[in-house]
Write a protein that binds this ligand. Structure first.
Ligand code: PRX
Length: 632
C-alpha cells in the first residue's frame, strides 16, 4: 500500500489489485443495487442446493422478508459435505492451538467424521429438527463440532459465550427452553483452569428445562456430574450409536439455523434468529469478496465462536469457502506478548481478523514483540467490533502489516449476520472509516425526522433494503423485531435502523461513531446497561442502579455504575468491591464494572426512566443537554 500526499488515504498496491477476486468496486456496486435480486441469485448459485428457490426475495410480508424461499439447502452441506467430493477433502479445515501449546488439526474429512459422530450423539439424546440446543463452551474444536452437528440435523443452536456467567447463561437457556446443554468441564486462560461446568450446574438449577447435559473433557478439573442428566462426550462417542456416518438433513432455506442472544435497548437480551439459506449466501459472499479468499489461505478470525463474529467468520463463511481456519484458546499475551505473532509465523497465517481493543492491547507492549517474528505471510488484516482509532489503525498497518496489507474494517452487527460496510482490498482506505456499503446495500445517514443529513453531519445510520444475511426475527417476539429495527419512510419503504450514529463524508465514506442506545461496547463486547443494572439490583443490599459507559483507552468503553443502597445499608469500599464481584459472578468477567459509586438519587424522566446520558455528561464534566424531561 502506498500512502498518498493527502496524508490520510491509503491506496492499494499493484500487487493487491492484480490478485483481487473483485478488481473494482463502483461498477459492481451500482449493478448490485440496481439488480439486487439478480446479484444475490448469482451468489446463491455458487452454493450447493438440494432444490433451487422459487423466489429470491419475498417482500409480501415486509419487514418479515424471506430469501430464497422454496429452496432446500443445509449450511453443513456447503460447509463440509461438498468439500468431501473435491480436493478439499484432505485439506486442513481447522488448526487449533491450546494455550499450553497443544495442537489439534482436522482435515475437512476429519471434521466431517467429528461432526457426524456428534450429530449421532445428539440424535441418540432425542434431539430433533427444530429443537434448540444451548452450547456453552470454551474455544475448542468441539464447540465448532457442536454447532455444525446441530445444523446438520436441522436443530437450532444457541451459543452462549463461554466468558458469560450463571445468570447470563440461565436466562438464555430459559428463553430458548432448551432441553439439551452442551458444555465442557472447563477452559484455560493465563495458565489457569476456568471452571465452566460448575457455572453450568448453577445455571441448570435456575433454568430447569435442561434434561440432558453433554460435557466435553478439556482439562483436569474434578467436576460434579449429575447421574442421568450429565454425560461425558467421550463416553457417548464410544457407543455404537455414534457412528461416523450421518446424513445431512435437508432444511428449507428459511428454516432457523441458530439463535444468538444480543443486548438491546431495553430489558432482556434478544434472541436474533438466522436461517440456513440467506445466511449461507451472505456470510460466504462477504467473506470471499471482502477478504479476497484464495484456496490456499489460512484464515484467522481471532474472535470467540460464541459471538456473531465467530459464527459468521470463524465457522460458517470460511468453511463454506473451503478455507483453513485457525483457532486459539487462550490469552493473546500468554505467556508473553508475542503469542499471536508467533502463531502467525508458525502456521503461516495469511489473514488476521480481530478487534481494535485487541490491537490496542498488543500495541501497548511495543514493536519489539511483533518484530521478533516473520509476519510476511500476512496479506490482509481485518478489524471489527467498534470504531478503530487512527493510531491503532496505523500501528496495525505499519508494524503488523508492514505497510503492504490493506486493513479491512468491517461494520456489521449480530442482527445483520455479515458485513454491511467494508472495503474490498482494492478500495482506497481512510483510517477509522469502514469505507463503503457492501454490495446490494444502500445506507444513509438520517436525522430524527428520517431525512438524509448533509455530508459530514452526524445522524442515524440506516439500511434502505433487505439483504440475505439479515436476522429474520427476534425469537418468540416478532413484534419487538419490527418495532425495534424497522420503520417506513414517506413512500412506504421499509428501512432498518442500526442503532448507531454515523457520518458520511463527501467521498461517500461512512464513519461510524458509536451506539445511540443503551448498548455498551466494552472491549468490543456488546453489553446492555439493563443487564448490568439488573445484576446489581439482584444483590440484597441494592435498591436501584444505573450503568453507563465512559471512554477507556484500551477497552473503548468502561462500565461505570451508580448505586442506591437499601435503607440502613452504609456505603463502604468493601461493599463497592463486593458489588463489582457480584456483577462479574452473575454476568461474566467482561461485565465487571470499573467503578461503583454510591448515590442518593438517580436522574430520571417524569415517567421514571433513568437518564443515563445525564450521568455520563456529569461524569465527563460535559454539558448535560436538554433537562426539560428531568423529574424535579
Ligand atoms: O456499534 C457498532 C459496533 O458494534 C455493534 C454491533 O455489535 P455486535 O452485534 O456485538 O456485533 C459485533 C461484531 C459484528 C454495532 O452496532 N461495530 C461493529 N463493527 C464496527 C462497529 N463500530 C465501528 N466500526 C466497526 N467496524
Amino acid at each position: 500500500m502506498t500512502e498518498s500526499k493527502q496524508a490520510d488515504i491509503f491506496y492499494p498496491s499493484e500487487e493487491v489489485i492484480n490478485q483481487a477476486n473483485v478488481p473494482e468496486y463502483e461498477a459492481l456496486y451500482q449493478h448490485s443495487v440496481e439488480n439486487r435480486e439478480e446479484f444475490w441469485a448469482e451468489q446463491a448459485d455458487t452454493l450447493g442446493w438440494y432444490k433451487k428457490w422459487d423466489s429470491v426475495l419475498d417482500e409480501s410480508n415486509a419487514p418479515f422478508y424471506k430469501w430464497f424461499d422454496g429452496g432446500e439447502i443445509n449450511i453443513v452441506h456447503n460447509a463440509i459435505d461438498r468439500h468431501l467430493e473435491n480436493a478439499n477433502r484432505n485439506k486442513m479445515a481447522i488448526i487449533w492451538e491450546g494455550e499450553n501449546g497443544q495442537v489439534r488439526n482436522f482435515s475437512y474429512n476429519g471434521l466431517n467424521r467429528e461432526v457426524c459422530q456428534f450429530a449421532n450423539v445428539l440424535k441418540s439424546m432425542g434431539v430433533e429438527k427444530g429443537d434448540i440446543v444451548t452450547i456453552y463452551m470454551p474455544q475448542i474444536p468441539e464447540l465448532v463440532f457442536a454447532m455444525l452437528a446441530c445444523a446438520k440435523i436441522g436443530a437450532i443452536h444457541s451459543v452462549v459465550y463461554g466468558g458469560f456467567s450463571t445468570e447470563a447463561l440461565a436466562s438464555r437457556i430459559d428463553d430458548a427452553q432448551s432441553r439439551v446443554l452442551i458444555t465442557a468441564d472447563g477452559g484455560w486462560r493465563r495458565g489457569k483452569q476456568i471452571d465452566l461446568k460448575s457455572i453450568a450446574n448453577d445455571a441448570m438449577m435456575r433454568s430447569p428445562s435442561i434434561e440432558v447435559c453433554i460435557c466435553v473433557k478439556n482439562n483436569e478439573l474434578d467436576v460434579e456430574m449429575e447421574p442421568a442428566r450429565d454425560f461425558w462426550l467421550h463416553d457417548l462417542k464410544a457407543l455404537p450409536i455414534a457412528s461416523s456416518k450421518c446424513d445431512t438433513e435437508q432444511t428449507d432455506a428459511e428454516d432457523p439455523l441458530f439463535i444468538l442472544y444480543t443486548s438491546g435497548t431495553t430489558g432482556k437480551p434478544k434472541g436474533m434468529v438466522h436461517t440456513h439459506g440467506g445466511y449461507s449466501v451472505y456470510t460466504s459472499t462477504t467473506h470471499r469478496m471482502a477478504f479476497d479468499i484464495k484456496p490456499q489461505d489460512r484464515w484467522w478470525c481471532a474472535a470467540d465462536p460464541g459471538w456473531i463474529t465467530g459464527h459468521s467468520y470463524i465457522v460458517y463463511g470460511p468453511l463454506i469457502n473451503g478455507a483453513t481456519i485457525m483457532l486459539y484458546e487462550g490469552a493473546p499475551n500468554y505467556p508473553y506478548p508475542n503469542r499471536w505473532w508467533q502463531i502467525i509465523e508458525n502456521y503461516g497465517i495469511n489473514i488476521l481478523y480481530t478487534s481494535p481493543t485487541a490491537i490496542r492491547g498488543l500495541m501497548r507492549f511495543g514493536d519489539r514483540w511483533p518484530q521478533k517474528h516473520d509476519l510476511s505471510s500476512l496479506r490482509l488484516l481485518g478489524s471489527v467490533g467498534e470504531p478503530i482509532n487512527p493510531e491503532a489503525w496505523r500501528w496495525y498497518h505499519h508494524v503488523i502489516g508492514q505497510d503492504k496489507c490493506p486493513i479491512i474494517d468491517t461494520w456489521w452487527q449480530t442482527e445483520t449476520g455479515g458485513f454491511m460496510i467494508c472495503p474490498l482490498p482494492v478500495t482506497p482506505l481512510k483510517p477509522g472509516s469502514a469505507t463503503k456499503p457492501f454490495f446490494g446495500n444502500v445506507m444513509t445517514i438520517v436525522d430524527d425526522d428520517g431525512n438524509e443529513v448533509p455530508a459530514n453531519e452526524e445522524g442515524k445510520l440506516i439500511v434502505n433494503n433487505p439483504w440475505p444475511g439479515m436476522a429474520r426475527t427476534v425469537f418468540k417476539d416478532p413484534e419487538r423485531y419490527k418495532e425495534l429495527y424497522w420503520s417506513q419512510d414517506d413512500n412506504g419503504n421499509w428501512r432498518y435502523l442500526a442503532g448507531d450514529s454515523a457520518k458520511k463524508d463527501e467521498d461517500g465514506y461512512i464513519w461510524v461513531i458509536g451506539r445511540m442506545d443503551e448498548v455498551l461496547k466494552v472491549s468490543g463486547y456488546r453489553l446492555g446497561t439493563a443487564e448490568i443494572e439488573s445484576a446489581l439490583v439482584s444483590h440484597p443490599q441494592v435498591s436501584e442502579a444505573a450503568a453507563v459507559g465512559l471512554p477507556h483507552e484500551l477497552k473503548g468503553n468502561a462500565i461505570h455504575t451508580y448505586v442506591i443502597l437499601k435503607q440502613g445499608v452504609a456505603p463502604s469500599k468493601e461493599l463497592s468491591m463486593e458489588l463489582r464481584a457480584h456483577v462479574g459472578n452473575e454476568m461474566g468477567k467482561i461485565a465487571t464494572p470499573e467503578a461503583v459509586e454510591f448515590v442518593d438519587a438517580l436522574p430520571k424522566t417524569r415517567s421514571g426512566k433513568i437518564m443515563r446520558r445525564v450521568l455520563k455528561a456529569r461524569a465527563l464534566g460535559q454539558d448535560e443537554g436538554d433537562l426539560s424531561t428531568l423529574e424535579e
